[in-house]
Write a protein that binds this ligand. Structure first.
Ligand SMILES: *Cc1c(COP(=O)(O)O)cnc(C)c1O
Length: 522
């Protein structure tokens, strides 16, 4: 998409190729060439027929609108078709394998959706009297109990609304605990193999972030960590399994060393799907860990979809957990809104959200947990790890696997751009995958690896799908190694060619400017 000198958006002239000649409409097969809604000349029309509004000028005190606002007017059928057509140009987990590493894009069982849509859950109001919402509070409580059991931890906060929000919750608890000991301390240590949200969270909590290097095998350098510990270190944030797709085997020793130096241990548990049912983080000395319900326990996410990041706490940190929380007293569920001395949350740092968290995610996650059962959850982790290792070992002869010698990977396989032909990059491989009908893997992350490609197949893919993906990635990788010039132009078969992603991010065209429109449109 580009703008000509009059500011009008023009179509890229690349929808035709030798294989598929131009058509009269620009449509190809049943894929329709779609104009943006702002490009359509529909400004004078409207999709509704309302009676003329009474004169309210005096009531609005001069705030009334004198000119049209410059939004196109489409009748309902055309609006529905516009967005349905756009959705067909999108990719989704319901269309095929979605190998974004660290994101856990796995199938969302429809049973979860059915439960979440039950009116007793879906139509709740957060201010409904407690005695009318006992079932909903029961769901929150039971899910919290499952999370504590699965992680071997003593406290839980259900309110955080995403993984990064959970990190914030955990670090606020760590800060409160350190302050209660008399000194909040200044530094949070974050290893290179941590997720990018970790240093951001620590900085947001007013901590200075210091990096701990990774060893050659992709894990935390324990000696470097021990050497840096001291009275100014409030705690560490460790992603486990880490973003190289590896399990931090020294976790227990790391926790012991941090505790001995008066620090606390935060674990980024967003990748819990790799170890659920196999490892209890509480046994490894962890003080706080968030769990991404939308990843491990499969709720629709991505593209801004809702998330949920409950945090589990050790006995040492549980008193500082946020309010409110759901407690069970006899047969009743109660909402504890204030600190109760001696109990969990007894020295709460405050609130994370206005209400109780993402109810729709809770119902889905509990449905997922109950339908799998303890044995099913363990198998989730085993299959996720098996699938990732199948991808890793099926491709490590054609793609560089920087930590291939570090033992089996966990739920994701990491490759690098080493060995591609001169001038060919990870981006070329990602674009080539689009022509093959696959969403690209996570690119250029983690940063410890040059030109990283992080592939997370998840446990919900069967062998036939994995083999097809492996074949596609192998074919694209071979083209990149052979220096196939056509790959530099990929995607050739998608609705759009290679876009200027930097300009799209830095100079987004969010308002349609048309010389014909009234000035008020801007
Ligand atoms: C996804 C992820 C996060 C962030 O979770 P959000 O819900 O997107 O905020 C943090 N850490 C790791 C390791 C992740 O994979």
């Amino acid at each position: 998409m580009s703008m000509n000198s009059e500011g009008r958006v023009t179509r890229p002239e690349n929808t035709a190729s030798a294989a598929a000649p131009a058509t009269f409409t620009g449509n190809r097969g049943l894929m329709l060439e779609e104009q943006l809604i702002f490009e359509r000349d529909d400004y004078g029309r409207t999709g509704v027929d309302l009676p003329k509004a009474p004169l309210v000028a005096n009531l609005l005190g001069g705030l009334e609108r004198h000119r049209p606002i410059g939004l196109p007017g489409l009748p309902e059928p055309e609006t529905v078709r516009h967005y349905t057509r756009l959705s067909r140009q999108n990719y989704a987990i319901d269309l095929g394998l979605f190998p974004l590493g660290s994101c856990t894009m796995k199938h969302n069982p429809r049973l979860n959706e059915k439960v979440a849509r039950m009116p007793g859950f879906a139509d709740l109001h957060p201010l409904a009297p407690v005695d009318t919402v006992q079932g909903a509070l029961g769901v929150i409580h039971e899910l919290g109990e499952w999370l504590k059991t699965l992680t071997g931890m003593s406290g839980v906060a259900m309110a955080p609304k995403a993984g990064a929000h959970g990190e914030l919750c955990g670090l606020l608890a760590i800060r409160a605990a350190q302050e209660a000991r008399g000194n909040a301390r200044e530094v949070i240590l974050v290893p290179e193999s941590a997720h990018g949200t970790n240093p951001a969270t620590a900085a947001f909590c007013n901590y200075r972030v210091e990096n701990i290097p990774a060893t050659a095998d992709g894990r935390v350098d324990l000696a470097a960590l021990e050497a840096r510990l001291g009275p100014d270190v409030a705690g560490v944030m460790i992603t486990n399994p880490n973003t190289c797709g590896l399990f931090e085997r020294d976790m227990q020793r790391i926790s012991d060393a941090v505790h001995a130096a008066g620090g606390l241990v935060y674990c980024d548990g967003a990748n819990f799907n790799a170890i659920v049912g196999r490892v209890r983080p509480g046994d490894l000395g962890i003080d706080a860990m968030h769990i991404n319900l939308h990843k491990t326990f499969s709720t629709p996410h991505g593209g801004g979809g809702p998330g949920s990041g409950p945090v589990v706490f050790s006995a040492a940190l549980a008193p500082f957990a946020p309010l409110p929380f759901v407690d069970k007293q006899g047969d009743d569920y109660v909402l504890v809104e204030e600190e109760t001395a001696g109990e969990h949350h007894g020295a709460s740092f405050g609130r994370m959200a206005a209400f109780h968290g993402q109810m729709g995610m809770f119902t889905r996650a509990l449905a997922y947990i109950l339908s799998h059962g303890a044995d099913g959850l363990r198998q989730v982790a085993e299959d996720a790890v098996l699938n990732a290792n199948y991808v890793l070992r099926s491709l490590d002869d054609v793609l560089d696997a920087p930590f291939g010698a570090s033992g089996p990977c966990m739920h994701e396989a990491l490759f690098s751009d080493a060995g591609l032909a001169q001038g060919f990059t990870t981006l070329d491989i990602a674009k080539g995958l689009i022509d093959e009908g696959f969403h690209p893997m996570t690119m250029y992350f983690p940063l410890v690896v040059h030109g990283a490609m992080l592939v997370e197949p998840t446990e919900t893919e069967g062998k036939a799908t994995l083999d097809q993906f492996i074949g596609a990635l192998r074919s694209v990788a071979e083209r990149a190694k052979a220096g196939d010039a056509a790959l530099k132009a990929a995607p050739a078969l998608a609705p759009r060619r290679r876009l200027d992603e930097t300009a799209a991010a830095r100079k987004p065209v969010l308002v349609w400017k048309d010389a014909d429109l009234p000035e008020a449109a801007e």
